[in-house]
Design a binder for this molecule. Structure first.
Ligand code: 10E
Ligand code: SF4
Length: 335
């Protein structure tokens, strides 16, 4: 049997063994965005004001650890409002936003509602509404079935907004009035894919109107940019995040497209397939907009039990965005 300098596939090195070196390049910015911080604060504030249970329609953000932590504090996650009992316990709408029918249904049942929709998602809702009021048919660039897409489509009457998922679908579009169209986007898309889709829309419909660039938010853009900077420097890249998190999935995709040989999206250190990381010397590490920093630290610690780790940060921009809580939860109003 030949001796190997690479870490054991399935176990941490004993403390006495020399560990192979590993440089971790931490992407910055990474992790929580302003909309996620606000949404989690909304649930925690509602728990403090109303006491448990507070109901949350859909995962407040797409992160298993966040959802489980809030469950332990008394949040009850439901798929639809019919799972919320009548009474004074509030129901919170998730950061991804909801169709207009959802608050309307809540009003008809006299439910107490709190809207944790990210203000940057609400901005897209308003854009779509304005286009509709001006008589334009709206094309929404986004991923079918994602709750943000369901919420944005649900701002307008059926038939007045059409989903465009990829460039191939554009050819088949035959709008009634091709000169009276507008486009909006999901906030967490791939910046590069969206640029191509928008260019194809403009090529086919020269009079289409839309945002200056797109509706992809600052957090999505910045996290993708940081991965682009780090990707050419590393042998592998880990994104901390849950599999239903669109923005986290896009980060892994960006790294893969740049050509990083090993890319993984993981919730926790326990999900790391150590065999895949056996021969690496440089690891890129980032986190989706809904993934807490404590899980990034957990992953660094897990690598440190197997490698002699050095950590450097590659920072592309400093973020200082924050959003105020919904009015009814601000301390003056809540007291
Ligand atoms: O799946 P998404 O990336 O849209 O959601 P997330 O909960 O992982 O991250 C926050 C992003 C939101 C709320 C959508 N703009
Ligand atoms: Fe808001 Fe962007 Fe965060 Fe979504 S990813 S919650 S749009 S800041």
């Amino acid at each position: 049997m030949t001796a190997s300098l690479t870490p054991s596939a399935d176990a941490a090195q004993p403390a006495s063994a020399a560990k192979p070196p590993l440089e971790i390049l931490l992407c910055a910015p990474r992790g929580f965005c302003a909309g996620v911080v606000r949404a989690i604060d909304v649930v925690e504030r509602a728990l403090a004001i109303y006491g448990p249970p507070v109901y949350v329609r859909h995962e407040i953000v797409h992160n298993k650890y966040v959802v489980e932590s809030l469950k332990r504090k008394g949040a009850v996650f439901v798929r639809e409002l019919d799972e919320v009992p009548d009474g004074q316990a509030p129901v919170i709408f998730s950061a991804h936003g909801v169709a207009k029918t959802v608050p309307a249904n809540a009003v008809s049942r006299n439910l107490v509602t709190i809207d944790a929709t990210c203000p940057l998602v609400t901005k897209v809702h308003r854009e779509a509404e304005i286009h509709h009021k001006r008589g334009r048919h709206v094309l929404l660039v986004g991923h079918s079935g994602h709750p943000e897409v369901v919420g944005t489509m649900g701002q307008l009457p059926k038939g007045s907004i059409t989903l465009v998922e990829d460039i191939d679908q554009i050819e088949a579009l035959t709008p009634e009035d091709p000169d009276n169209l507008a486009w909006v986007t999901q906030t967490t898309l791939s910046v590069d894919d969206t640029r191509h889709i928008v260019a194809a829309l403009k090529a086919k419909f020269p009079n289409i109107t839309g945002p200056h660039k797109d509706d992809i938010c600052y957090a999505t853009t910045n996290r993708q940019e940081a991965v682009k900077q780090v990707a050419p420097l590393v042998d592998a890249l880990i994104v901390v995040g849950s599999s239903n998190s669109s923005n986290s999935q896009r980060l892994r995709e960006v790294a893969e497209r740049v050509g990083v040989p090993i890319t993984r999206l993981v919730n926790r250190a326990e999900e790391i397939d150590w065999d895949a990381f056996a021969n690496i010397r440089k690891l890129g590490l980032t986190a989706g907009a809904s993934a807490p920093e404590v899980l990034v630290e957990e992953i660094i610690d897990a690598f440190a039990t197997r490698y002699d780790v050095t950590v450097d940060t590659v920072s592309t921009v400093i973020e200082d965005m924050s959003f105020p809580l919904p009015r009814e939860l601000r301390s003056e109003a809540a007291e």
